[in-house]
Design a protein around this ligand. Structure first.
Ligand code: UDP
Length: 238
């Protein structure tokens, strides 16, 4: 445990991280691989909270672009995150890792309601806690929910695991000359409009001095190495 720089962290997993090479839904192999990575941290004594997205199933913005009422579509997106949370919980339990799902929208038959003090208690007892249904409010994203939960549970950093290996000055997929930052300030992220996370989430982290580490989920030991202070991905700080 001593080799880790952080004792309690919040990991943001996008819905896309669960679908692997597919174009929709949940890939059980990918989910298991992710669960194994997190279980390793848990076994090493790191307290891990997870906010999972829902973009592999439904995004509110996509729904409203097709004419749906935005809030209605956002509730569908939040429900999608609950499905992902249950899939992840199942993967953890198959690995014998204790895991709770707490939802910002109450659905007591399938998971616990989100109660901040209870979440902290679960983490202290050694359970992995998955925060589902985002913030519970439409017009937000799971990035913002991740920033919010990270602050609420007293996480020491927010890890954003994505399909790219950090923050670039422009989109690295369409711009081969894009430059990756090892370290960048929240201010620069906001002013330059860099696509690390949405501006509400970045501003919340800035206001609360919550460090963000953006890294590629596909590297097997990336999360572990980042939490040990090794140069993985991009660190966003004050
Ligand atoms: N969502 C919401 N409020 C929240 C979090 C999420 O309304 O606090 C909805 C929103 O429609 C969003 C969807 O849930 O598009 C899925 O979340 P997100 O797009 O953040 O997932 P990700 O891109 O991380 O997979």
């Amino acid at each position: 445990m001593s080799e880790y720089l952080y004792k309690r962290v919040l990991l943001k997993l996008s819905g896309e991280a669960l679908m692997g090479e597919g174009r929709y839904g949940i890939d059980p192999e990918v989910t298991e691989r992710l669960a194994r990575q997190v279980k390793q941290l848990h076994d090493d004594g790191v307290q891990v909270g997870i906010v999972v997205g829902g973009g592999n199933i439904f995004r509110g913005l996509a729904g409203s672009a097709n004419g749906m009422d935005r809030a209605q579509a956002d509730y569908m997106g939040m429900l999608a995150t609950v499905m992902n949370a249950l899939a992840l919980q199942d993967a953890f339990e198959r690995l014998d890792a204790p895991c709770r799902v707490m939802s910002a929208i109450q659905m007591n038959e399938v998971c616990e309601p989100y109660i901040r003090r209870r979440a902290i208690n679960h983490l202290q007892k050694g359970d992995i806690v998955i925060f589902a249904a985002g913030s519970g409010n439409p017009y937000f994203t799971t990035d913002t929910a991740a920033a919010l939960r990270a602050c609420e549970i007293g996480a020491e950093c927010l890890l954003k695991a994505t399909k790219v290996d950090g923050v670039y000055d422009k989109d690295p997929v369409s711009n081969p000359d894009a430059v990756r930052f090892d370290r960048i300030t929240y201010h620069e992220v906001l002013v330059r409009g860099l696509q690390v996370m949405d501006s509400t989430a970045a501003a919340l982290c800035q206001d609360n001095r919550m460090p963000i580490i953006v890294l590629n989920i596909e590297g097997e030991d990336n999360i572990k190495n980042a939490l040990k202070g090794e140069p993985v991905g991009t660190v966003v700080v004050q």
